[in-house]
Design a protein around this ligand. Structure first.
Ligand SMILES: CC(C)(COP(=O)(O)OP(=O)(O)OC[C@H]1O[C@@H](n2cnc3c(N)ncnc32)[C@H](O)[C@@H]1OP(=O)(O)O)[C@@H](O)C(=O)NCCC(=O)NCCS
Length: 186
């Protein structure tokens, strides 16, 4: 759901604070900036306000992923309005693993309909779960380069052309969980 359409309640702030302090999330997004200190309620609220405010401008577009009980499950956003290739970013609560590939596919469909011709994503080297999301969603790896925002760290860049998904003849690639292939037990 568009982040500006979700009510900023104290419960939402509590959920955001909990998720931001989950180990995988904390390491990926906060540890470097907070030097190991926990994410506070105030910082979580500031993030949610920022996500909502992206819709006041025209350069970034943030969505909150809510579970069937309307609890916060994750976040996905388009970081620019460059129609030739806008970067995306995302995260998911550990308690809701398994929905990010579909969220990326849904975002790609919406972005194609809105006129974006391509999306790209930057993944820190070693973040295999995020790389798996992008590969499942049809992104192509473009190689590894130094991350301009993180000094010596390396990141892989992934690219998705959207023109083909604009054609009315293309079926949606977003898959229901029931359509996921069953794991074959040995
Ligand atoms: C990156 C991140 C979102 C990945 O979450 P995830 O739960 O592993 O990813 P998904 O939601 O796509 O779920 C993966 C699982 O669901 C399955 N799945 C999900 N959607 C599917 C689909 N449409 N079709 C087939 N399988 C699917 C996958 O096969 C996979 O199963 P497995 O774990 O048994 O192999 C999560 O680890 C995270 O938030 N990390 C911290 C922040 C971060 O790193 N963000 C990215 C920065 S670039």
């Amino acid at each position: 759901m568009r982040a500006d359409r979700v009510a900023l309640t104290s419960e939402l702030v509590r959920q955001m604070t909990t998720i931001a302090n989950e180990p995988v999330m904390y390491d990926a997004s906060y540890r470097r900036h907070l030097h190991g200190l926990p994410v506070t309620k105030e910082q979580a609220e500031r993030f949610l306000r920022w996500a909502s405010d992206t819709w006041r401008g025209t350069t970034q577009f943030a969505f909150l992923l809510l579970d069937p009980f309307e609890a916060l499950a994750g976040f996905i956003f388009i970081k620019s309005r460059d129609p030739e290739g806008a970067e995306i970013g995302y995260w998911l609560s550990a308690g809701h693993a398994g929905v990010m590939t579909n969220a990326v596919l849904a975002l790609a469909e919406a972005a194609g309909e809105a006129g974006f011709q391509a999306l790209w994503a930057r993944v820190q080297e070693g973040n295999v779960r995020s790389e798996a999301v992008l590969l499942r969603a049809g992104f192509t790896p473009l190689g590894v380069a130094p991350d301009p925002e993180k000094g010596h760290a390396l990141f892989s860049r992934y690219h998705l052309a959207l023109t083909a998904t604009n054609e009315a003849s293309q079926p949606s690639r977003v898959r229901r969980r029931a359509e996921r292939p069953e794991k074959v037990e040995p």
